[in-house]
Design a protein around this ligand. Structure first.
Ligand SMILES: Cc1cc2nc3c(=O)[nH]c(=O)nc-3n(C[C@H](O)[C@H](O)[C@H](O)COP(=O)(O)OP(=O)(O)OC[C@H]3O[C@@H](n4cnc5c(N)ncnc54)[C@H](O)[C@@H]3O)c2cc1C
Ligand code: SF4
Length: 330
């Protein structure tokens, strides 16, 4: 499990990063905190000739608040910083909570927001050592023609297990992406492709620079609930972020759940037709929403927990998240 040979470069400016990516678009890879990437290198799931480290770029480590209340978080801000930032805890508590639910404290100290959103999709047949993988045919994600998780599957259904992606989608976040050609801003909801083989829209010469979170609208609260094997440290087996809006009379006007870890990308569920005129939180109403959310989740047997159970838990997590969001001051 030793690391493969590669050249490590530590650029000192964004321009230098963009030039390096442009020069070497197919052979270079970005290194943020390395908590995911180093495992990929050891497993030989990535064999870059060049690794471009981002730790010498102070601008990527900044958190700032614009005059209009928009939060801007640099891609290299650590999950520990997000978890403990008083600004984020006060105004976007679900984001701080989701960061706190990732892995264990030493990993969160090193892990970054950019790395979390650019995390590759995962699968128990893929996230394995080279020796393990050599005992089976290459699957779709490795350029082959077979899926080991879904019999007669025709595409890769590896799972987006980022904890922060569903919460940031519920918060309406946007991403700033840069390359030598310039910058572009995209809604996070369009960042994920839904394709296990190529989970996000980043081009080989692009870098995620910052995450832009709009100010929380009045009367809106967001909560995140997560299912994992070991409470203290694991990737999500399912996750639900819920954004809920109440009207001045206290009726629920809008519920926007984003399902995490039950598909190749986070899944947005729409309840538009069920909320006409506002609703109160009855058991029947909760059950209707839970059923709808479950019907949108189609996990397959490619993580360390039964897919049917993960799907059922989507309904449970939705109820928990909705109740918690409604109990929060907005
Ligand atoms: C034991 C363990 C438990 C974990 N548990 C969880 C968990 O519960 N929830 C969870 O969400 N994650 C979990 N992770 C995964 C990982 O630690 C986090 O997702 C982390 O936030 C990744 O960030 P990083 O900075 O370490 O990324 P890196 O490992 O440095 O990079 C990850 C990927 O993102 C790319 N990348 C990084 N930054 C950028 C950028 N700015 N622009 C473009 N591409 C970029 C890299 O090239 C690489 O492909 C776990 C990992 C381990 C080892
Ligand atoms: S879901 Fe199938 S194709 Fe995708 S990584 Fe797993 S085994 Fe491979």
């Amino acid at each position: 499990m030793f690391l493969p040979r590669f050249e490590l470069i530590q650029p000192q400016s964004m321009q230098e990063v963009c030039n390096l990516l442009q020069e070497d678009r197919d052979q270079a890879i970005l290194l943020a905190g390395g908590t995911a990437l180093v495992v990929y290198l050891r497993y030989r799931l990535r064999q870059p000739t060049r690794v471009i480290g981002l730790k010498s770029l102070p601008t990527l480590k900044e958190i700032s608040l614009n005059g209009d209340g928009t939060l801007v978080i640099g891609a290299m801000v650590s999950l520990k910083t997000i978890e403990t930032s008083p600004l984020i805890k006060n105004h976007w508590p679900a984001l701080a909570e989701a960061a706190q639910m990732v892995a264990v404290p030493p990993i969160r100290q090193q892990a970054t927001l950019g790395g979390n959103l650019c995390l590759d999709t995962r699968c128990i047949f893929y996230n394995q050592s080279e020796t393990f993988r050599s005992s089976q045919k290459n699957c779709f994600k490795l350029g082959g023609e077979v899926c080991h998780a879904v019999k007669k599957g025709t595409r890769c259904q590896s799972v987006c297990q980022s904890d922060l992606a569903p919460v940031l989608m519920a918060l309406g976040a946007e991403l700033k992406i840069a390359s030598a050609a310039g910058e572009r801003i995209v809604p996070l909801s369009t960042f994920f492709t839904g394709k296990g083989e190529k989970p996000n829209i980043l081009k080989p010469d692009e870098i995620l620079v910052e995450v832009i979170v709009p100010p929380s609208p009045p009367a809106v609260s967001v909560a995140y609930e997560k299912l994992r094997v070991r409470e203290g440290m694991d990737f999500p087996m399912a996750g639900v972020a819920v954004s809920v809006k109440k009207n001045p009379e206290g009726y629920i006007e809008q519920v926007k759940p984003i399902l995490g870890a039950v598909g190749t990308s986070p899944i947005e569920v729409s309840f538009e037709g069920k909320l006409l005129g506002g609703q109160t939180l009855t058991d029947d109403f909760l059950q209707t929403l839970a059923q709808e959310a479950m019907s949108r989740a189609h996990p397959v047997g490619n993580l360390a927990m039964d897919a049917t159970y993960r799907r059922k838990m989507v309904g449970v997590l939705l109820k928990r998240a909705l109740r918690r969001a409604l109990s929060m001051p907005s």
